[in-house]
Design a protein. Sequence first.
Length: 135
Amino acid sequence: MVVVVLMVACCGAEWVGMPQDTSQRLGLNATFNCSSDTDDGANVAWLKVDDVTGTTSFLFFNTDPWHVNITRRMRAVALPGGGVALTLTSLERSDDGRYQCSISNSKLSHTVRLTVLGMSPRLSLSLSPGLFVPR
């Protein structure tokens, strides 16, 4: 009796939580999730892409599954089942731009845009005495 075992490698890694472009108002928070179906030993890196030069700067590279404060207003949080969420709090105009998530053992990488919207202009009206003359 001859037994033939056929093994097929299919498809490679796929996104479970691919980060998406988002727009958020100045002063609010924005979160990007990044995870794949290959969470076994995957390292997740978050980078900020300079829109002018195209260069990237590392924000976070996970080596453990803990919550990490990257800056006072930016943190990385491990997601259940693998992956890392990047949260920016109290958005400032300088947060506007492109962010890239890369998952090491799957070769997945995706760049998203965060658009920080300015505050709505508030109309303030002040009347000085003498400028308003009743009829």
